[in-house]
Design a protein. Sequence first.
Length: 282
Amino acid sequence: MSENPTSKNTLVHDLVEAGIHFGQRASGWNPRMQPYIYGKRNGIHIIDIKETVKGLLLAKRLVTRIVSDGKDVCFVGTKRQAKDVITQRVGDVQMHYVTERWLGGTLTNFRTIRHRLKRLEELEAIEEADGFASYSKKMESQLRREKRKIHRNLSGIRTMEKLPGAMVIVDVRLEATALREARKLGIPTIALIDTDADPEQVDIAIPGNDDSMRSIDVVIRELCKAIADGKGNRPGAVTEQASAEDEGDGRKRSRRAQYRADDASAAEAPATEGESVTTTTD
C-alpha cells in the first residue's frame, strides 16, 4: 500500500490533533518502549510521531494483504474509550470485534464459542416465533437473560466462521488474554501500545496514546480503510467506483522478523521530530 504525500500529511495532522503522542507518566514506563519515545515533558513521555506513523503504515499494509487473501480481521478493545469507536467503524466494514469481556477460549476453544452462537440463534428464533409465550414466566426470564448475555459478549463475532487472519488490539495490558490466545495460534497481532506496555508482545506495534478516544479513532479509522482496500482486491470483488459505474447508484503469522524487515520500505513521516513535538506541546 502506498501513501501519497498529501494523505500522509493529513494523517500526521490527524494523529497530532488527536494527541496520540502523549504517553503515560515517565515513572510508570516500560523500558522496551525506549525506541518509540521522543522525550519527556512535565513528567510525561512524548511518543515519537514518526514511529507512530511507521507502525501504522506497516499495519495497514499487513491488513490489506490479509484481507485481500480472503481472511478477516478481529478487533479487540473492551475499554470504555474504544467500545463505540470499534463498534461503529469496524461494523461499517463488516469485520469482527469484541468490545465487552473477552471470553477465555474465544480463539483457542473456538468450537465452543460457535456452539454458543448457535444457541443465540435458537433463542432468537424462539423469541421471533412466539415471544417465549410457550414457556413459564420463570423459564422465559432465564431464556431472555441467557440471550442478552450471549448477545452482549459475542454479537461482534457472530459471523466469524473461522479464526481471523490477524488481530488488532487496543491496550495490550488490558487484553492480555486475547493477545496470548492469538500468539499461541500464530495469528499476527497489531496493537496500539502506550509507553507503559511491552511492544515485544505483538508483531506490529503502533506506539500511541491508548487512553484517548480520539487517538483510538484515528488508528481504527485508518485500519478500516486498509480493510476496505483489501476487500476491493479480493478475487471477483467489485470496487465502489466500478459498482457506481455499473449500477449508477453512486455506490471496488509471518512473524516479527518479517514485519521489522519491512521497516526499510516504510515511508517516513513528513514532519521532523522537532516539528511533531513542537506542534503538540505548545
